[in-house]
Ligand binder design. Sequence first.
Ligand SMILES: Cc1cc2nc3c(=O)[nH]c(=O)nc-3n(C[C@H](O)[C@H](O)[C@H](O)COP(=O)(O)O)c2cc1C
Length: 189
Amino acid sequence: MKKVVVIWSSPNQDGLTASAKNQIIHGLSEAGAEMKEIPLNRKKLEHCRACGNGWGTCNKTGSCVIRDDFAEIYQELKEADGIVWISAVYWSDMTECFKAFFDRLRRCDATCNHSLTEKRCVLVACAGGTGRGTLECLTQLERGLTHMGMRVYDRISVVRYNRDYILPVLDEAGKTYVDRLENGFDMYY
Ligand SMILES: Cc1cc2nc3c(=O)[nH]c(=O)nc-3n(C[C@H](O)[C@H](O)[C@H](O)COP(=O)(O)O)c2cc1C
């Protein structure tokens, strides 16, 4: 059985982002994945302090000096076969909460641990305003994941306009993702 972590960020527990998250989780569960949900906005996560002259313990020991929920979430990601990253779109970017987590994760993993290298991922950006900025948000997420050597297999935009027809697609996306994790991704990366 494949373990999939769904890490998502929005302050709203019943908004567009949460609907997208619920739909892909439904597909993942139907396909038989072991699923772990991480609601980032409910976690205690501080910003990187850029210790010392810019590098603290992160690039030496692969850990962060701040004692909050970061280490526990990082461990969950390390143990996952697949990771689904879902963010609300703020200012054509990922949420501030996601940025704070991402900054610290990238420092520890890209420079020292390399334990997320080659993790296979799916990205979802949910923009409930004009819908502008989903592509930039997905690009920013992928840029960070690429720094850590992760691989992105799908990038899905959810906006108010496509909500009714994209939510069923997310269900299918979850099922396909589990199938590929089990049977292989039919593309060279
Ligand atoms: C600070 C802030 C910035 C936002 N920027 C954008 C944006 O660039 N594009 C957009 O379409 N919506 C934007 N929105 C709207 C969010 O994408 C909207 O809240 C969306 O529904 C997020 O999902 P939610 O329903 O889970 O909150 C912004 C919202 C906030 C609070």
